[in-house]
Design a protein around this ligand. Sequence first.
Ligand code: PMP
Ligand code: GLU
Length: 377
Amino acid sequence: MKPLSAKIAGVAESATIAISNKAKKMQREGIDVISLSIGEPDFDTPRHITDACITALNRGETHYAPSNGIPELTGAIAEKITKENKFPCTPQQVIVACGAKDAIYEACEAVLNPGDETIILTPAWVSYEPCIQIAGGKPVFHAINPKTFQLDDSLLERVNRKTKMIIVNSPSNPTGAVFNKKSMQLVADLCEDRDIYAMSDEIYEKMVYGKEHISLASLGDMAQRTITINGFSKAYAMTGWRLGYAVGPKEIITEMSKVQQHSVSQATTFAMWGAVAALKGDQRCVEEMRKEFDRRRIYMINELNAMGYETAPAEGAFYAFVKVKGDDMEVASRWLDKGHVAATPGSAFYAPGWIRLSYAASMEKLKEAMKRIKRVG
Ligand code: PMP
Ligand code: GLU
């Protein structure tokens, strides 16, 4: 048989999904595994959102819709961006995709030519590199100083004639760090001076604890060269709905739209009606979840620090990023095999020596997990 695609053979499996699958398999075998490996809110989707989706289904919203999204949703997103993220956005600058991940992939396909370089700031989430690779681009890594988890001028050393795009993810998965104004401005100045596109993944924007979230596109003229990625998975506990979106310059959205039309066509029609209710409805549910994450965050960081572990600044998202002694793969295996706690080794995020623990689990589970980690060391 002829060999399959060399391009895909060179792409790694998603470590976050692989570890979560392993934990689920152990659970099915009857092992009491506490899974802190995947970043998924443990809350159910708020009732008014599921109700709106059910009503849409019963109304017959089961047909194809405009491929960039139903106008009610693209309109609500444009309104939200203009008001909350503080840069102008029209519905024509919005594309609703099958999850933020799909939007990221489409953006890479739309922007990159073979060999175009894209800077990934590490530690970084697992899917940026594969999306760039599949699109034919070349990932270039820039490690952030773990003492501050902010950017400095050393970033400029990564830039050359081939640099096409930079990906920024604040609040960050996996570190939980939130970029301050200075870091964001550094990226904005760089992009404007050197004619570079930016992708700003702001999916954790609602999960910030005592810090201000800054949208990259709100700085200077950055809206003209930034693709802002967001979605419903985290803020509204809608991971399984597979709904995300991108907003950006119309020319880029038009190209992303072609990728979407020839692959998934559109996001699910009735699911989009749920998302309209999410954006237009009462936002108290978002704040309630944020407060609960904050409570868990404080508990978990205190426990880990009391056990002697150093942690990254846990200012956003729902991850504790922990510096461990020894090999992170070995430590994570020990926690899973002996302590039955699933966590993601930092190596998956280009940060060997660290481990990511999600605190999007009940307080009861977190307390038990901390006991187990203390026991197995
Ligand atoms: N970006 C980041 C940083 C994430 O952690 C996730 C989590 N899956 C995503 C994007 C994608 O989210 P989704 O596809 O579920 O909308
Ligand atoms: N983003 C989450 C995580 O990092 C969900 C899994 C994934 O899509 O990678 O765990």
